[in-house]
Design a protein around this ligand. Structure first.
Ligand code: MHF
Ligand code: KIV
Ligand code: MG
Length: 281
C-alpha cells in the first residue's frame, strides 16, 4: 500500500479485493449496470498509481506510438516496442486487468498472425487480455484468439490504425455507417469479444449499441451512456498539448512540471540546492 487512498472508486475493483480483476468481474458489472473507468498506462510507476486508485482495467495502448515514442500516428509502433511497456505495467500493478493493444500490422494478415502476436504479449509481458481494431474484417482473428483462451477487447468507430483510410481523426458512425457499426458490434460479441471500445461516435449510437449488447461498451468520445470510459492518461492529466474535444483535463501536469523543473533549475544555478540535508558527510 502506498500513501494514496486505498478506498476504491470502482465497485468492480472493490469486489475483486486481493486479486486481479477478471473478465467474469467485468461481465458481472454489466449485469449490475455498474460503470467503470479504464486508463492507459505505459510504465510501472504510473500503473501503480492507477492500480492503487482502483482503476480496474489498464490499457497499454498503441497510443504509446504518440505519447511515449513521439510519432505522429499509431502506425509505426511495433510489438517489440510495446512488449517491454506492457511487462512494466504488469509488474507495476497487482489488481487491475492489463490489456495489451495489438499494433498495426501485427494481426490483420491472418488469425494465425493474431494468435502468434497475442501469445507473445501474454508469454513475454504477462498481459491478461488483448485489444484489436476493426469489425467484420477481424472476426476470424477474434474467434481464433477466443478459442485459444485469450480474452479479446474489440474497438470500433474511430480506429486510429485506419487514419489514412479515414482521411484524418474524424467522428465515425454517422448515418448509415451507424447501422454497420451496430452490426459489427453484434458480430464481435457473437465471436466472443468480452468488451468493445467505441471511439468518436455519436452519443445516441453508443447508447443504442450499449443496450443492444450483453458485453460492456467502453467509450472514448462516445458520450455518457457506455458501460465504461477510457482516456489516455497524459490527456486527462493535462500533459497533452492539444487534446481532442472528448478529453476532460483533471490536472495541469504540464504546468506543474514546468513550475517544478524551473524551481529546480533556479536552485541549481543559485546554489540553493543541494544543502547538507540532501548531501552525504
Ligand atoms: N494522446 C492521445 N489521446 C488519444 O485519445 C489518442 C491518441 N493520443 N492517439 C491515438 C488515438 C488518436 N485519437 C484521436 C486524435 C484526434 C482526434 C480529434 O482531433 N478529433 C476531432 C474530431 C473531429 C470531428 O469532429 O470529426 C476533435 O476535434 O476532437 C480524435 C481522436 C485518439 N487516440
Ligand atoms: C484510446 C485507446 C482506446 C487506445 O486504443 C489507445 O490508447 O491506443
Ligand atoms: Mg489503440
Amino acid at each position: 500500500m502506498s500513501s494514496v487512498s486505498a478506498v476504491s472508486t470502482s465497485a468492480l475493483y472493490g469486489g475483486a479485493a486481493g486479486r486481479r480483476v477478471t473478465v467474469r468481474d467485468i461481465a458481472a458489472a454489466k449485469e449490475r449496470h455498474e460503470k467503470w473507468p479504464m486508463v492507459t498506462a505505459y510504465d510501472a510507476m504510473t500503473a501503480r498509481v492507477f492500480d492503487e486508485a482502483g482503476i480496474p482495467v489498464l490499457l497499454v495502448g498503441d497510443s504509446a506510438a504518440m505519447v511515449v515514442y513521439g510519432y505522429d500516428s499509431t502506425l509505426p509502433v511495433t510489438v517489440d516496442d510495446l512488449i517491454p511497456l506492457t511487462a512494466a505495467v504488469v509488474r507495476g500493478s497487482s489488481r487491475a486487468m492489463v490489456v495489451a493493444d495489438l499494433p498495426f500490422g501485427s494481426y490483420q494478415a491472418s488469425p494465425q498472425q493474431a494468435l502468434e502476436t497475442a501469445a507473445r504479449f501474454m508469454k513475454e509481458a504477462g498481459a491478461h487480455a488483448v485489444k484489436l481494431e476493426g469489425g467484420h474484417r477481424v472476426l476470424p482473428q477474434v474467434e481464433m484468439l477466443v478459442s485459444a483462451g485469450i480474452p479479446v477487447m474489440a474497438h470500433l468507430g474511430l480506429t486510429p490504425q485506419s487514419v489514412n483510410a479515414f482521411g484524418g481523426y474524424r467522428v465515425q458512425g454517422r448515418g448509415q455507417a451507424g447501422d454497420e457499426l451496430m452490426a459489427d458490434a453484434k458480430a464481435l460479441e457473437h465471436a466472443g469479444a468480452f468488451a468493445v471500445v467505441l471511439e468518436c461516435v455519436p452519443s445516441d449510437l453508443a447508447a443504442r449499441v450499449t443496450t443492444s449488447l450483453s458485453i460492456p461498451t467502453v467509450g472514448i468520445g462516445a458520450g455518457p451512456c457506455t458501460d465504461a470510459q477510457v482516456l489516455v492518461w497524459q490527456d486527462l492529466m493535462g500533459l497533452t498539448p492539444q487534446p481532442a474535444k472528448f478529453v476532460k483535463k483533471y490536472f495541469d501536469l504540464a504546468g506543474e512540471m514546468d513550475r517544478a523543473v524551473r524551481a529546480y533549475a533556479d536552485e541549481v544555478v543559485s546554489g540553493v540546492f543541494p544543502t547538507p540535508e540532501h548531501s552525504y558527510r
